[in-house]
Design a protein around this ligand. Structure first.
Ligand code: ATR
Length: 268
């Protein structure tokens, strides 16, 4: 029941209309019987949105495209991991003091760890954007050996140097994935389309394939990886686990993971 004590959490971004975060978080609040509500706001002026968040006392904020990096300068403090990654997808309002976190990193690592150990594993990541920064930083902490493959070689070079990765290549050298034990698509390719940067002939059954794209759930890459006998990590798992960590940060309570997963899968 919403009343004068209800705590508000929200997503800010643009676009947000098709976000799956409101159903996941609201289902979890209901399950635990806590007086919270989660809304989605499409915003165009980030500075004004931050003023509103402070004034309305909004408790927790999920941040999505295109504000994950832009929001940093408006925050009062950053968790060390978010500072290192240079991107924030979660903000907690501690009585007017806004602290930024990055739960995308934790979400990706948890999703991968369900399928494999990461220490000393050879990983090839496609991409060099914000999502890639979060994943590469987490994998590095886990002791994986990481190569990057990206369309813009300069971006790959910068990221590889910053995070002390093993090597980097342009997209023309995508055949380098053959040497990897784990292949991660951290680009947006495959979102709402039947495209994949990876030719299925490049995949081998002993490899693990993680596609961060979750819309559609079965991307072309995931379908081809399964057909090649690879184990796969679905993009929705990263979405789920970043929300699970966010829930804990927003409410201080342990998230009902199974319910959140069920809600997420029913929302596709
Ligand atoms: P995010 O924050 O979600 O990672 P991003 O910072 O825009 O989003 O990064 C998107 C990534 O997908 C980039 O690595 C981008 O490659 P460039 O660095 O060359 O721009 C990659 N990407 C997007 N569309 C692509 C395409 N059609 N082919 C190859 N790479 C693509």
């Amino acid at each position: 029941m919403i009343n004068a004590q209800t705590k508000i959490c929200c997503l800010i971004g643009n676009p947000v209309a098709h976000s799956l975060s409101p159903p996941i978080h609201n289902a979890a609040y209901q399950k635990l019987g806590i007086n919270y509500v989660y809304l989605a706001f499409r915003i165009t002026d980030l500075a004004k949105a931050i003023t509103g968040i402070r004034e309305f006392g909004i408790k927790g904020i999920s941040v999505t495209i295109p504000y994950k990096e832009k929001i940093l300068k408006y925050l009062d403090d950053l968790d060390p991991l978010a500072r290192k990654i240079g991107a924030v997808n979660t903000v907690v309002n501690h009585s007017g003091f806004l602290k930024g976190y990055n739960t995308d990193c934790w979400g990706a690592i948890k999703a991968l760890k369900e399928k494999t150990k990461l220490y000393r594993k050879k990983v090839a990541i496609l991409g060099a954007g914000g999502a890639c920064r979060a994943i590469a930083s987490g994998l590095k902490e886990e002791g994986a050996k990481i190569i990057l493959i990206n369309r813009s070689i300069e971006k790959a070079k910068k990221l590889a140097k910053e995070f002390l990765l093993d090597d980097y290549f342009p997209l023309e050298r995508i055949d380098m994935i053959k040497k990897a034990e784990i292949i991660i698509n951290a680009t947006s390719v495959g979102t709402l389309s039947n495209e994949s940067l990876i030719n299925k002939e490049m995949l081998e059954s002993k490899q693990i394939v993680f596609d961060i794209v979750y819309n559609p759930k079965e991307t072309k890459l995931i379908k081809e990886a399964k057909a090649s006998g690879c184990r796969v990590v679905y993009g929705y798992k990263m979405l789920l686990y970043q929300a699970v960590y966010q829930f804990k940060l927003f409410t201080g309570r342990k998230a009902p993971v199974e319910l959140m997963e069920k809600t997420l899968l029913n929302s596709f």
